[in-house]
Each structure stands twice: as structure tokens, then as C-alpha cells.
Design a protein around this ligand. Structure first.
Ligand SMILES: [Zn+2]
Length: 510
């Protein structure tokens, strides 16, 4: 195996496709526009619809979610009957670039989400947890590089995520630090490129993801209490960060060696946060409000088991949160009478069936009973309508069994239903009519429990010298993108036919 020249892949994490196209038309992103002119723009889709929280893990593995099981940061572990933090000790996390490292190609991996420390024998540059959106320990290889990076560029400036109710001061600080973080990581990348001359640099910029979640718009704070200048600053925060990400791409491109292959990509996007995940257990339940007002204990039980609380445990110290989540999730239902339950999720709703033979105390039989229950729940969810508009709030309910092969090694860890919401927000609504006619009501302006005004859209994109194979029947996914990176590092190939051999096979024969 030999390298075919330098390849540089820049992930603009969760930089939205709709916003990208708009800004390209307006001429706001000159560096991404240059890449789009020379190499085209290709739309990317998740490898399994509705499970787009897994796109980075599918990309890193170079395999679809049924082959790695890592659909969210907290994964239901049926052999233990509880939620656990996703971990490579029991899920698959084998980076697609490992054959390149094994063959002696020099890699620079910078803040690629969810990638673990490759260890002291790694002969390249690894930087993790510097400015990624997702929580990740700060890890650097070679370890001595951390001191040099800090001396040259200062400590990482990206702040940790503040999950929950937001204040305008915090959002202004996020705006300022996100811009500084983009400038800092661009300087770090330029320096590493010039010093290390890697065969492959894979870099992810975390600021578009973080700012997309919290500064998509100002729906999560009280605008009436802000000065006009503060509103103007916060309203343009996303524009500023997208423009700064474009400048970072331009600087990295300028530092690339002559003839380098260069592409930028996002695996998923961002849009307004509908906020309906907070209500998923209620929507599945379908019961009128009065029948739910039971004892204090029952209400506390209901709160504990909610995806909201399981999600918000990220506010606690990690060790405490992990223990509490394990205990809560194992006891969050009366299993002898529970046929289905909602799972915590960042985006979209996830539902699991208490399936006999898969769960420790499963009561739903596989086959017709399972299929009927999935269909019944999907019908219940798609029947939910907004009280004012009469429009459904669910865009689609995906049946995971129809999208993931039954013999996929990690199918037992995946949810059974993946719900995609329409973009109407909970805060623009005053209530819902559930299946069966019961109603839920609240005052207009209701905020999300996460404090996030933005949430993920499922589609991503790639621009530049990518050569991503485009299957005939769908948009390519991050799995195809990973294969294209492997191909590009070994030798350049023309765009390939949709059906291709696994990447490992192609590497051996290349
Ligand atoms: Zn996110």
C-alpha cells in the first residue's frame, strides 16, 4: 500500500445543508464555494433513517449502525436490562483508517467525534477533546505535543456544553468563544499540516454543532429583556460562526501541500428544535391528563423514567450520573406489565419494545404480536395533531426491523421505532390532540428542557475533491464517505458503481 499524496478532510460538524446552499447562493462562504465549484456538492443521508444520532459512529467505523450499535451516547443494554454509557468494550468502535495506520501511512486525527485515544504506539498526531461539541477527555498523541500546543496556541477555548435553561449572557459568551475556538483550531491545523505533512488529516470543527444547538434562534431566552444591540449580536451568531468555519477551511487549504486532495463535509445538519421528545412518553401513553394525576410516588416514578431526566443527568458529575442512570433505567418501569418504553435521545424519538427473548423480563412475543404493537404505536404517534393547526407533529415513524438486517450483530441494542418530528416547535403550539381524542395544553412559548433552540436535521453534505460513490437508489451516507477517504488515501479512482466491495477488500487489492 502506498499513499497517493496528502488527503485533507474537514468536518464542519452539523453545519446545515439548507443553510449552506443559501449562503453559497449569497456568496457568503467563498472557501466552501471554491470547493463546491471544483468538486461539486453531494448530499449525504444517514445510513439508517431516524437514527441520525449515530452518523459520526457509522462514519468512524465505516459501517452502518447495525454493525456497531452506537446509536446514542446512552445505549440500552438488553443483557443487563438497563441503559449504559456507550462504550467500545461492548460496542464496536474500530476506526476505518486503522488499515492505513497499520500500513505506515501518517495520520493526523483532530477532534474527530467519539474517537478514542489510539495509545502511545500511534505513529501520527491525535488530538481529542480540544474543541469538539461532544464531551470528550483531552487526549493528545504524542503526549509531549500537548505542552507545545498549549505554549503556542494557549489552552482550548471552547467552553463545555451548558445543557438546560439558557441565559443571554451565556449565549453571548458561547458566541464569542466559538469564534475564538474556530480561529484557534485553524491555527493548530495549519501548524500540524506544515510540520507533520500527514498522508491523511481528518479534522472536525465543533463550533457549528454547538452554536447550532444553542444559537439557532433566540426562542429559549426572553428577548424582551435584551437591549437591541444584544439581540442583533445574538441573531447573527450562527452567521458569524458559519463564516468563521469557512475562513478556517480557507486557511487549512492554504496550508495544504501542493496537489493535496481537499474536501469538507457535514454528516448531519441543524434546524429548529421541535422539542416534542420531551413529551414522547405521554404521546405513546395516549392517556388523558386526569388519568395520569396519580399519587406523588407514581408521578415521581414517571419523572425519573422520562428521557428528559435521563438526558439531563449529563449536568451531574459523570461518575454519579452514570450510577444513577443505571439504577433508574433498570427500575424505571414495572417490567411485568410494560410492553414498550421511550429511550433517551437527543434528536428524534426512540421507542423500545419489551420483547420476550431479548429483554430480561420481556413480555411481547416476537412475530405477529411484536409487529402489531409496532404498527399500533406508529399509528398512535402519527395521529397526534397540533390543537390549533390540526397538522400532525410526526413526520415519519421508522421501523428499525425494516431498515437493519435481522442478523446485524448489534441489532439487539437498537431501538425498535425511530420517530422523526416535523419542524413545528413545541413553543409555537398551545397543545396537542392525542390519538383517541385526549388533549394536552400549555401556555404558548413553552421552552425545551434542553435549552436547545436547534436540533439535528438528518442530511449532511460533502464538497470538494471527494469522489464519494453515489448509489442509484439513495444519497450516500457517512459509510460511503469513509470508503471514499480510504480509496483516496491509497490511490485515486473514478467514481465507482453503487455496489462495491467492502473497504478492507478494496485496500488489499489496491
Ligand atoms: Zn447534536
Amino acid at each position: 500500500m502506498h499513499a497517493s499524496g496528502s488527503s485533507i478532510w474537514i468536518g464542519l460538524d452539523a453545519f446545515d445543508l439548507v443553510e449552506l446552499r443559501l449562503r453559497l447562493r449569497q456568496g457568503d462562504l467563498p472557501n466552501l464555494a471554491r470547493l463546491a465549484r471544483t468538486g461539486g456538492l453531494t448530499r449525504l443521508a444517514p445510513d439508517v433513517p431516524g437514527l441520525h444520532q449515530s452518523v459520526w459512529r457509522s462514519f468512524v467505523n465505516g459501517r452502518p449502525v447495525g454493525d456497531h450499535g452506537w446509536y446514542f451516547s446512552k445505549v440500552w443494554r438488553p443483557e443487563h436490562g438497563r441503559l449504559e454509557c456507550a462504550d467500545p468494550s461492548w460496542l464496536r468502535l474500530e476506526p476505518f483508517w486503522q488499515p492505513l495506520a497499520d500500513a505506515g501511512l501518517r495520520l493526523a486525527l483532530i477532534d474527530v467525534p467519539h474517537v478514542r485515544d489510539p495509545g502511545p504506539t500511534f505513529d501520527g498526531v491525535f488530538l481529542g477533546g480540544w474543541q469538539a461539541h461532544d464531551r470528550h477527555p483531552l487526549e493528545v498523541r504524542p503526549a509531549t505535543l500537548l505542552g507545545e500546543l498549549t505554549a503556542r496556541f494557549g489552552p482550548p477555548v471552547m467552553p463545555p456544553e451548558h445543557y438546560g435553561p439558557q441565559q443571554s449572557g451565556e449565549l453571548r459568551r458561547l458566541h464569542r468563544l466559538a469564534l475564538a475556538a474556530l480561529d484557534q483550531i485553524a491555527r493548530v491545523a495549519e501548524w500540524i499540516l506544515r510540520r507533520e505533512r500527514p498522508d491523511l488529516m481528518l479534522l472536525a470543527l465543533g463550533a457549528p454543532h454547538r452554536v447550532g444547538h444553542y444559537l439557532w434562534d433566540l426562542s429559549q431566552i426572553d428577548r424582551s429583556r435584551l437591549a437591541p444591540e444584544e439581540i442583533r449580536t445574538l441573531d447573527r451568531a450562527l452567521d458569524d460562526v458559519y463564516a468563521a468555519a469557512d475562513r478556517a477551511v480557507g486557511r487549512i487549504a492554504a496550508a495544504a501541500p501542493p496537489g493535496a486532495r481537499l474536501a469538507a463535509f457535514a454528516l448531519h445538519g441543524m434546524g429548529p428544535n421541535p422539542g416534542w421528545n420531551d413529551l414522547l412518553p405521554r404521546l405513546l401513553d395516549g392517556q388523558p391528563e386526569a388519568r395520569r394525576r396519580r399519587s406523588l410516588r407514581a408521578r415521581a416514578h414517571g419523572l425519573r423514567r422520562s428521557p428528559l431526566v435521563l438526558n439531563a443527568s449529563r449536568l451531574m458529575p459523570p461518575a454519579i450520573a452514570d450510577v444513577l442512570r443505571d439504577v433508574w433505567s433498570a427500575r424505571m418501569h414495572h417490567w411485568s406489565s410494560t410492553r414498550f418504553f421511550a429511550l433517551p435521545s437527543e434528536t428524534g424519538g426512540l421507542v423500545r419494545i419489551n420483547l420476550a427473548g431479548r429483554e430480561p423480563l420481556g413480555i411481547v412475543e416476537p412475530g405477529a404480536e411484536y409487529e402489531d404493537l409496532c404498527a399500533e404505536l406508529a399509528a398512535r404517534l402519527t395521529a397526534v395533531t397540533d390543537l390549533e393547526t390540526g397538522e400532525p407533529i410526526v413526520a415519519r415513524v421508522n421501523f428499525v426491523d425494516q431498515l437493519v438486517p435481522p442478523d446485524a450483530p448489534f441489532r439487539p441494542y437498537l431501538p425498535d421505532l425511530a420517530v422523526e418530528w416535523r419542524e413545528r416547535r413545541i413553543g409555537d403550539s398551545v397543545g396537542l390532540r392525542l390519538a383517541g381524542g385526549a388533549t394536552l395544553r400549555w401556555p404558548r412559548g413553552r421552552r425545551t428542557s434542553s435549552g436547545r433552540s436547534g436540533d439535528h436535521r438528518s442530511h449532511g453534505w460533502v464538497v470538494g475533491d471527494a469522489d464519494v460513490p453515489v448509489p442509484l437508489d439513495r444519497a450516500p451516507s457517512g459509510v460511503e464517505l469513509a470508503a471514499a477517504i480510504l480509496d483516496g488515501c491509497v490511490q485515486r479512482r473514478p467514481r465507482a458503481a453503487p455496489q462495491r466491495a467492502p473497504a478492507a477488500t478494496r485496500l488489499q487489492t489496491a
